[in-house]
Design a protein around this ligand. Structure first.
Ligand SMILES: NC(=O)c1ccc[n+]([C@@H]2O[C@H](COP(=O)([O-])OP(=O)(O)OC[C@H]3O[C@@H](n4cnc5c(N)ncnc54)[C@H](OP(=O)(O)O)[C@@H]3O)[C@@H](O)[C@H]2O)c1
Length: 164
C-alpha cells in the first residue's frame, strides 16, 4: 500500500460508475469537489476514461499519468505508464496521488490505496461499469459518511472510506 494513494469516484446506490464509457449520473457540485480534492496533485487515469474527458485532453494543473498497454501511445500534456508497477514508481516521490478511474484502473489500484473519496449518489442508474462494493470488503470502513445533500433532484454525500 502506498501512503499517499487515494481514490476519487462517484458511485450510485449499486456502486455503478458508468455506462457505455461515460458517467451516467453527473452532479455539478461533484465536479467542483473533484477539482478541489485532486487540485495540484497527480492523477492516475485509464486510457478509456481519458478519452471521455472534454476533448479527450488531460486535466489541467495536475500531473496526469495515463495507463495504457500501448507502448507507442503519446499524449500531449500527459505521461504514460504501461503497468501498475510502472505508474507507482513514476509517482513514488509525489505528495498526493489520486486514482480517478475507470473501472479497471480502480480495481487494479485498490490494493495500493488507503483512502477513497466516494461521492455516493443515492439513486440507481443503468450502469455497466462498477466500483467494488467497499462495504463488503473487510479491510475498508466508512470513516466519514458526509452530510446528505441534494442537487437536481439527486441526493448524495461526499463520503470518506479508509482502509482499516
Ligand atoms: N463515476 C466515476 O467517478 C468514474 C470515473 C472514471 C471513469 N468512470 C467510468 O469508468 C468507465 C471506464 O472504465 P474502463 O475500465 O472501461 O476503462 P479505464 O479503466 O478508464 O481504461 C482502461 C484502459 O486502461 C489501460 N489499462 C488498464 N489497466 C492497465 C494496466 N494494468 N496496465 C496497463 N494499462 C492498463 C488499458 O488501455 P489500452 O487499451 O490503451 O491498453 C485499458 O484499455 C466509464 O464508464 C467511465 O465513465 C467513472
Amino acid at each position: 500500500m502506498r501512503d499517499g494513494l487515494e481514490i476519487v469516484v462517484a458511485a450510485d446506490g449499486s456502486w455503478g460508475i458508468g455506462l457505455h464509457g461515460t458517467q451516467t449520473l453527473v452532479i455539478p457540485e461533484d465536479r467542483r469537489h473533484f477539482r478541489e480534492v485532486t487540485g495540484r496533485g497527480t492523477v492516475i487515469v485509464g486510457r478509456k476514461t481519458l478519452a471521455d474527458f472534454p476533448g479527450g485532453r488531460p486535466l489541467k494543473n495536475r500531473r496526469n499519468i495515463v495507463l495504457t498497454r500501448d507502448p507507442a501511445l503519446v499524449i500531449d500534456g500527459a505521461e504514460t505508464a504501461h503497468s501498475v508497477e510502472e505508474a507507482l514508481e513514476m509517482c513514488a516521490g509525489d505528495e498526493k496521488v489520486f486514482v480517478i478511474g475507470g473501472e479497471s484502473v480502480y480495481r487494479a489500484f485498490l490494493p495500493y490505496s488507503r483512502r477513497a473519496h466516494v461521492t455516493r449518489i443515492f439513486a440507481k442508474a443503468e450502469n455497466d461499469d462498477f466500483f467494488p462494493d467497499l462495504s463488503a470488503l473487510p479491510d475498508w470502513r466508512l470513516a466519514d459518511p458526509g452530510e446528505e445533500r441534494e442537487s437536481g433532484g439527486l441526493r448524495y454525500a461526499f463520503q470518506i472510506w479508509e482502509r482499516c
